[in-house]
Design a protein around this ligand. Structure first.
Ligand code: ZN
Ligand code: ZN
Ligand code: ZN
Ligand code: ZN
Length: 283
């Protein structure tokens, strides 16, 4: 396109110039300035009752138009650029994107393994490197999930090298908390599952069931006690067992079927045998 001006670009060495000097969060428009040129974001102006903390002059009436233009002109790469993400964002927005970036790193859940990689690479790494043949699952099928209390973690994997699911237990005063998380970034179409976990009391006792319409996704297994989304198994339910013998049924969610990338397509033939909500508590 002849005649069109090529935008010149440079490098901003101190990106934190684009943070509000008061609250240190990324600036957003509108940006205000006092008569001395000190700047503040709009929420800081409100908190400071429009009094500049540097010089006590009023702040909040005049916009810092030039700072707003600078802010609009700055583009920063995704923090995962080094892993191949090519997206660029206006300042501050890149952190919002990072949470659901396809290039976010996931950590191998195998004990003593330091591998990190993109979720797809992690799944094939795990399938190839960690003998987990006892703990494979197929979507829609009930699978035994026998979690040794001493190990605290059981990793299930979709049987063709698909997603990894971490089942964990936490001994707490009220009982044992059991969590189920998929190891995946929060990207649409990735690691979206529902699950049903059931635990049957030994000696033919009661069964308790925990159903979740959407499995949480995590990039790294954490051993911190969860605050929510866990099944609580009271101690009287456990008996003398050293392992939680549970059944788990994992279903792939259909909601992003349209956008799902090709790599996910192979999972779709599994979904015909979808059996919803057919589970009742057995007394
Ligand atoms: Zn601020
Ligand atoms: Zn001032
Ligand atoms: Zn990215
Ligand atoms: Zn590993």
């Amino acid at each position: 396109m002849a005649g069109e001006e090529v935008a010149r670009s440079g490098t901003l060495m101190e990106l934190d110039l684009l943070d509000c000097p008061i609250c240190c969060h990324a600036l957003t428009i509108p940006i205000f300035q006092c008569d001395n040129g000190h700047i503040a974001c709009s929420s800081c102006c409100a908190k400071l009752r429009n009094k500049c903390p540097s010089c006590a002059l009023p702040i909040g009436n005049y916009r810092s138009r030039i700072m707003e233009r600078v802010l609009e002109a700055v583009f920063v790469p995704c923090p995962n650029a080094k892993h191949g993400c090519t997206e660029k964002f206006s300042y501050g927005k890149e952190l919002v994107h990072e949470k659901d970036c396809n290039f976010s790193l996931c950590y191998c859940p195998a004990p003593n393994c330091n591998y990190t990689g993109m979720y797809k690479d992690l799944y094939s790494h795990f399938y190839a490197n960690h003998d987990n043949s006892w703990n494979l699952f197929g979507c829609g099928n009930s699978t035994g999930a026998w979690l040794r209390m001493s190990e605290k973690l059981l990793v299930l994997q979709e049987y063709r090298g698909g997603p990894l699911v971490a089942v964990q237990c936490f001994k707490e005063p009220q009982g044992v908390y059991v969590t189920v998380n998929c190891i995946a970034p929060s990207v649409p179409g990735v690691g979206e599952y529902s699950y049903k976990l059931s635990y049957k009391m030994p000696m033919g006792g009661n069964t308790m069931t925990f159903k979740s319409p959407e499995m949480n996704r995590i990039q790294k297994v954490s051993f911190e006690t969860p605050e929510k989304d866990f099944m609580l198994v009271p101690y009287y339910f456990l008996g003398e067992q050293s392992a939680l013998k549970m059944e788990i049924c994992i279903h792939k969610l259909e909601k992003y079927e349209e956008e799902a990338d090709e790599e996910e397509d192979e999972d779709e033939d599994e979904e015909e045998d979808e059996d919803d909500d057919d589970y009742d508590e057995e007394e």
